[in-house]
Design a protein around this ligand. Sequence first.
Ligand SMILES: NC(=O)c1ccc[n+]([C@@H]2O[C@H](COP(=O)([O-])OP(=O)(O)OC[C@H]3O[C@@H](n4cnc5c(N)ncnc54)[C@H](O)[C@@H]3O)[C@@H](O)[C@H]2O)c1
Length: 342
Amino acid sequence: MEKIVNFCLIGTGRAGMIHGRNFAKKIANARLTALCDPSPENLQAAQDELQAEHTYQDYREVMANPEIDAVIIVTPTIYHREIALAAAAAKKHIFCEKPLAMNEAECQEMIDAAEENQVKLQVGFMRRFDESFIEAKKVIESGEIGDVVLVKSLTHGPSKPKPWMFDISKSNGPIGEVNSHDLDTLRWLTGREIASIYAVGGNYRSPEAKEDFPDFYDTVAMTVTFDDGKIGMVDGAQYVQYGYDARVEILGTKGSILIGDQSKHKLVVAHPDGQISRPAMHSWTYLFREAYVAEEQAFVDSILNDTETECTGFDGLMAVKNVNMGLKSLQENRIVKAEELA
Ligand SMILES: NC(=O)c1ccc[n+]([C@@H]2O[C@H](COP(=O)([O-])OP(=O)(O)OC[C@H]3O[C@@H](n4cnc5c(N)ncnc54)[C@H](O)[C@@H]3O)[C@@H](O)[C@H]2O)c1
């Protein structure tokens, strides 16, 4: 009989519903069996749409259900660790959204728990599953653009930060919430580790949050050096309002690669008033819609084939380490080296 992996979605907010919809309909050999969220409104809205067999408000009840083989953790980052540890102890495979946790120690606990209990752990860096990113990596590896000397990656998000994101002790701010993707992209495309980061930033769009959250920043720029002396640049911003913007430029000794642009479609409209227009990309949910499906399918396949996940706990840990290096640099206004966090 065909093996089916039964999933529980834990956290039915913005990103959770992307996974929920995909696991309900698009992923082979997977079933969305249960939903879990302490918010009755979010849980009910998710259940109205997804019609799962079980609903829970407390993740501990999920762990007690032997029908559930795997969990998708899409709660605010601060809860990832405790839920992942409970899932591992209950022998449930773990797909955990990025950033994996708040700090490296938490990530290491999650990795160790998954190993000890022999369950899979995959981190949600879906850009690694995007066709353009995959193609760029192939071109780099072919040697066509020579040696990579500079990788620039940016992510700008349109929406106002969620209330929990203003408290950077709970979210790490945009370096964690937004730029963990870019920091992962830098590692993944170059195959190198980040040796140092210098970050500058500020809160330019949410003045009302300044009094309660003086550390909050909504825009950041980071200069990075790799362990082979090559260079990286990352910039991030939340609440830019104009759309969702995720682009990468890779400069080699003999050529360069661009990934992404700001438009939603490959479409330009010429208007009778002499203006031309292109609709802007509006959301990460749209830009990376196929990449989410690909990462989810890869996770199910790694469970069924008992292979290593394509984006491992270690990748999650290194991204979190780099997030914390960036944050420390921003807060202390100095270059921070990797060995300081080791
Ligand atoms: N891969 C991506 O591109 C991507 C995009 C957005 C968010 N994320 C990540 O997904 C996670 C969630 O972000 P979001 O934007 O969906 O947040 P959100 O605030 O929209 O949703 C979080 C949900 O988790 C629920 N929740 C809170 N505590 C819980 C608990 N203990 N157990 C179960 N559910 C709980 C909340 O009620 C809410 O419904 C974060 O880690 C974020 O970084 C990843």
